[in-house]
Design a protein. Structure first.
Lengths: 259, 451
């Protein structure tokens, strides 16, 4: 069985405060993976560390057996809605076309094939009629689908989605989930940060349960069990939070070495 | 009045005209990026940071090449460029190391460099009064002193900026819009930002001697905002911004020359209106015009839209009144007196209904509803009553409060919504006030066709 992701000894710090420690896990190809955990558990941080946005203190990360730099073009990332400037002068069509830039490089012009891929992606998320709109002229659900379309246009093997269902209407949620399931059938591996435990069991077939450290990782049936959920969402880790906050206050004072 | 072509052919006028237009054009192009990065202040910052560079270069030129003006200019360009670029590095250093936000980092650097410049300036004033005077040419621009040799220098610089910004347009765009995505697809943020800063610094340096390094900052902002009003895509904004910059520069030259000439003739004194401020004024007026007339959020269009809507409401209300009156009496005609009683209409409203062919005049004293008029009147009443049913049934509004909303919605609801409403409500026959809801057009036609 091929591994889509293999993480060994991953530790991530924000300044002096560890936000994820000592994470070891393996995920096979073609899984729909839910990244679950309470608020502040480091779910987004985990994805961002995997993709190299945040420097890691230690650890080794392999995607399909390769390092990030070798396989960057096969990875797609869909950001949280909030991080986008919706007033930016860009149309729906142009935004999806961005998905092709990883293949085209910086200077090559889009070919007929690229245009077709973009058109198909827009059609899939049911946004083709809005192709010429500026992006702020879409509803919240449509905006989320638009970014999904961009990720699809990347034709990646591994997808990382950061809460794609937050602030999304019911119709859009159905469309998005249907597309993701179809993608899974094409042997794509999908990682999705998700916070709603009620729907998690229905959506995913693999789960990564996080709370600053790895609580569990594995097939949904084995991970999504009461005692592990209790461990991830329970109060036992509140103490750590408290200490981390204290450490943060201390860090606001001059740090060692800068004095 | 000087002919437009003369600005490009006359041996005195052509250099200032061409150079100024070029400078405004390329600066405005870059302005799109700067404004979208929400760093509109950067032009102001860069231009102030150039001051010590300009002064040091002038002093150096005084000793190195005292009589060669071209070399002096190149030296000043170099000095300004080095200092501004150092300043840009300083800003990004502050942001990275001290975790300062963008604006305190920028204003801190501006003040430090400008303070240094002012110190040098006062020293210059005492020791080299002639240099002090010529420094003003650079800071506030003295386009009239430009001659043909400058056209080449400025063209090369302009081509460089245009070329670089076109070549890197795609990574710059992605980086400004979605930094994280840019990283995922392997765009190097630092490299691209350095390239962008290089271009902006170069553009600010070009402002030296032409528009004035202080006022060039306006060219980074005004045209880009003006262009934003008319576009929904960054590429279009880029081109249009350049166009508005070009226009501002060109009109600035023409106005400053023409007005100076006229004022001097009229007053008999030599009056010269400075070019830099004139360009800023033109750019500002263009922006105001764009804000008023733009399709995006222009006051003018919004006003027109509101006015046409209220106009239409008024006409449709009149038609509705006539239709109600006629249908309750099972007649098609209405006399002037009756009309005045039910709806004291203005002459113009009646004229409009006749123009729309909803009403026709059959005799001196009588009007008649056409079949289209009947249909339209019927639809308005139908929409009104359907909406009332909807509000009462689904929004649980009290019966006596639904009328005002329906009074407005009857002019807005479309045919599709009408059908949807009808279906959702289960084809009601009566409105909440027990008045009949007229049938839909199609069914009216059907009943007419039936024997």
């Amino acid at each position: 069985m091929h591994l889509a992701l293999k993480v060994t000894d991953l530790t991530v710090h924000y300044d002096a405060i560890p936000v994820l420690w000592d994470i070891n896990l393996e995920v096979p190809c073609g899984k729909f993976v839910g990244i679950l955990g309470p608020n502040g558990a480091g779910k987004s941080t985990f994805i961002q560390a995997l993709l190299g946005f945040i420097p890691k203190v230690s650890g080794n990360i392999l995607f399909s057996g390769h390092h990030l730099s070798k396989i960057q073009r096969k990875l797609a990332y869909m950001p949280q809605r909030a991080s986008i400037d919706w007033d930016f002068p860009i149309t729906v069509k142009e935004l999806v076309a961005m998905g092709r830039f990883n293949r085209l490089g910086l200077f090559k012009r889009a070919q007929e094939h690229d245009k077709k891929v973009c058109r198909d992606a827009l059609e899939l998320v049911e946004l083709l009629p809005f192709a010429d709109r500026q992006i702020s002229k879409l509803s919240g659900g449509q905006q989320q689908r638009l970014f999904l379309a961009r990720a699809i246009a990347q034709e990646a093997d591994i997808y990382f989605l950061d809460e794609p269902l937050s602030g999304v209407d019911h119709a859009s949620e159905d469309i998005i989930m249907n597309i993701l399931r179809t993608m899974q059938l094409q042997n794509k591996t999908i990682f999705m940060v998700h916070h709603d435990l009620n729907t998690a069991a229905k959506f995913f077939d693999w789960a990564i349960l996080l709370n600053l450290r790895l609580v569990a990782s594995g097939p949904m049936g084995k991970v999504f069990v009461p005692h592990l959920l209790q461990e991830a969402y329970g109060k036992s880790l509140l103490l750590y939070d408290e200490v981390a906050r204290l450490a943060e206050k201390r860090a606001a004072l001059p740090q060692k070495g800068t004095l | 009045m000087t002919h437009l072509a003369e600005y490009f052919t006359d041996s005195v006028l052509r250099a200032p005209t061409i150079v100024t237009s070029l400078v405004c054009f390329v600066t405005a192009l870059l302005g799109t990026f700067i404004v979208l990065r929400k760093e509109a202040l950067i032009g102001e910052v860069f231009s102030h940071m150039a001051l010590p560079g300009v002064l040091l270069a002038l002093v150096a030129a005084h000793f190195l090449c005292p009589d060669n003006e071209l070399q002096t200019v190149l030296l000043v360009f170099g000095g300004a460029f080095i200092f501004t670029f150092l300043g840009a590095l300083f800003i990004s250093f502050l942001k990275r190391k001290d975790k300062l936000a963008s604006d305190p980092a920028m204003s801190f650097s501006l003040v430090s460099f400008f303070g240094l410049g002012l110190l040098l300036l006062s020293g210059l004033q005492q020791d080299f009064p002639s240099l002090y005077r010529s420094s003003e040419n650079y800071l506030f621009g003295q386009a009239a002193t430009l001659d043909d040799s400058y056209i080449l220098i400025y063209s090369i610089l302009a081509l460089l900026i245009i070329g670089v910004s076109l070549l890197f347009f795609r990574p710059i765009k992605v980086l400004i819009f979605d930094e994280v995505f840019a990283r995922v697809i392997g765009i190097r943020r630092k490299t691209i930002e350095a390239i962008l800063f290089f271009c902006v610094v170069l553009a600010c340096v070009m402002g030296l001697k032409s528009v004035g390094v202080v006022l060039i900052a306006s060219m980074l902002i005004f045209p880009a905002i003006t262009a934003r009003e008319f576009t929904k895509s960054i590429g279009a904004q880029f081109v249009l911004s350049g166009f508005f910059g070009l226009i501002s520069g060109l009109l600035g030259v023409i106005f400053s020359y023409e007005f100076s000439l006229r004022l001097s003739l009229q007053t008999g004194r030599a009056i010269s209106l400075p070019l830099g401020p004139m360009i800023v004024v033109v750019a500002f007026l263009l922006l105001v015009a764009a804000l008023v007339f733009s399709p995006r959020q222009g006051f003018f269009l919004r006003f027109v839209r509101r006015w046409t809507f209220s106009f239409r409401c008024e006409q449709e209300n009149l038609l509705k009144a006539i239709w109600k009156y006629c249908s309750s009496r099972d007649q098609k005609r209405i006399s002037k007196q009756e009309l005045n009683e039910i709806y004291p209409a203005k002459f113009f409203s009646l004229f409009f209904l006749m123009h729309k062919k909803w009403l026709k005049k059959v005799s001196q004293n009588e009007y008649e509803l056409t079949s289209e008029g009947i249909l339209r009147g019927r639809t308005i009443v139908r929409l009104h009553r359907l909406w009332e049913v909807y509000l009462v049934k689904f929004c649980k509004m009290p019966k006596d409060r639904v009328h005002p909303s329906a009074e407005e919605m009857e002019h807005i609801l479309t045919k599709e919504i009408e059908e949807e409403l009808d279906r959702t409500l289960g084809y009601p026959k009566l409105d909440p006030h027990k008045q009949p809801i007229p049938e839909q057009e199609a069914r009216v036609y059907e009943s007419l066709l039936r024997p």
